[in-house]
Design a protein around this ligand. Structure first.
Ligand code: NAD
Ligand code: LMR
Length: 341
């Protein structure tokens, strides 16, 4: 019996694409949706699909965007009690000209509030953070859970799967592979600009990227999000590809929970708290990093250190990524430890 919750379920990612994928998944028996608007409608609509999952919608009190009323608290309690996996795409998306860090001011508080509710009502759940800036919202989540005394680093994931999906797709365009997703391309680091590091040298099966195409390919993976933001022209950022990616990660986790072996997907995790993480923390000097994660019934089975195998070109990218990540992580940690007045 698996119960899943989508928090931010009425938005571009949450509504049709992610909640729909969850509703039709045979791996999910019960699905709850929470948002500050519109969830009863989304849930009513999805409930007519003749798939396994039973679905309910829970909405905050009208206008209670700060989530302070008893009615909102009751809705969070109803949405989260007994949940095994909570997926969080709540928060504002970018508009052209913005960086993901520009979202921090609004999304930091949204993620903090939702994680506080998870800490209260479903402290054992796997938590998948999609809300940007992931490099900071995951540290916020970890600090909130620590404060509540329920932090299990093996169950907290920043979802970076979209970077992997983009790398597979863009490499496929060069290689001509019929099924791009069958080439495993590790993407490590964080989830914004230069903190995203595709390690093409470790693709399996190996890929041959012409030297004159490498810089542009790396840049396209790092700034793929901007491509979508620009094309949507003010109407938000990636939603459909993100729902695919978020569900792909959730599905991997649920398969591993059921006992499937050798399930590996990169994710942004708290290194000191997961097996294999300490060695990566020492090598990078940061507490959070996305690396391939072997998943098991308890979440992270092992963080796999593939960094020593990076070539010289990739090592330079890794140095840049680490520089950017340090500030992003610090902002998240400080937001909870020394809250802005
Ligand atoms: P959106 O504005 O369409 O939807 C966000 C939803 O969150 C809205 O329905 C809103 O009502 C809801 N929300 C706001 N405050 C809330 C709260 N306190 N509790 C519950 N719900 C709340 O945005 P979107 O396009 O769905 O994107 C959502 C987030 O995902 C953004 O921060 C975006 O940058 C991020 N994102 C991340 C990735 C990634 O790879 N990790 C990819 C794409 C988008
Ligand atoms: C993405 O990578 O598409 C998301 O992080 C959304 C964005 O702001 O680019």
């Amino acid at each position: 019996m698996v119960k899943a919750a989508v928090l931010g379920a009425s938005g571009g990612i949450g509504q049709q694409p992610l909640s729909l994928l969850c509703k039709i998944s045979p791996l999910i028996d019960e699905l709850t949706l929470f948002d500050v608007v519109n969830t009863p409608g989304v849930a009513a609509d999805l409930s007519h699909i003749s798939s396994v999952a039973k679905i309910t919608g829970h909405v905050a009190a009208k206008g209670d965007f700060a989530g302070k009323t008893q009615e909102t608290e009751d809705a969070k309690k109803a949405a989260l009690t007994g949940v095994d996996i909570a997926i969080i795409p709540a928060g504002v998306p970018r508009k052209p000209g913005m960086t993901r860090d520009d979202l921090f001011k609004t999304n930091a508080g949204i993620v903090q509030g939702l994680i506080e509710a998870i800490a209260k009502y479903s402290p054992d759940a796997y938590i998948l953070v999609i809300s940007n800036p992931v490099n900071s919202t995951v540290p916020i989540a970890a600090e909130v859970l620590t404060k509540a005394g329920v932090f299990n680093p093996k169950k907290l994931f920043g979802v970076t799967t979209l970077d992997v999906v983009r790398a597979e797709t863009f490499v496929g365009e060069i290689s001509g592979a019929k099924e791009p997703a069958k080439t495993t391309i590790p993407v490590v680091g964080g989830h914004s600009g230069s903190t995203i590091v595709p390690l093409f040298s470790q693709a399996k099966p190996a890929v041959d990227i012409p030297a004159d195409k490498l810089d542009a390919l790396v840049n396209r993976v790092q700034f793929g999000g901007d491509e979508v933001v620009k094309a949507k022209d003010g109407a938000g950022s990636a939603t459909l590809s993100m729902a695919y990616a978020g569900f792909r990660f959730a599905e991997a986790l649920l398969k591993a929970k059921k006992g499937e072996k050798n399930v590996v997907e990169p994710a942004f995790v708290y290194l000191p708290g997961v097996p294999g993480g300490e060695e990566i923390q020492k090598a990078t000097g940061v507490d959070y990093f996305s690396v391939p994660i072997e998943l098991g019934p308890n979440g992270v089975e092992k963080a796999i250190n593939i960094l020593p195998k990076a070539n010289d070109y990739e090592k330079k990218l890794l140095d840049e990524a680490i520089k950017g990540l340090k500030g992003n992580i610090e902002s998240g940690v400080n937001f909870v430890k020394s809250p802005p007045s």
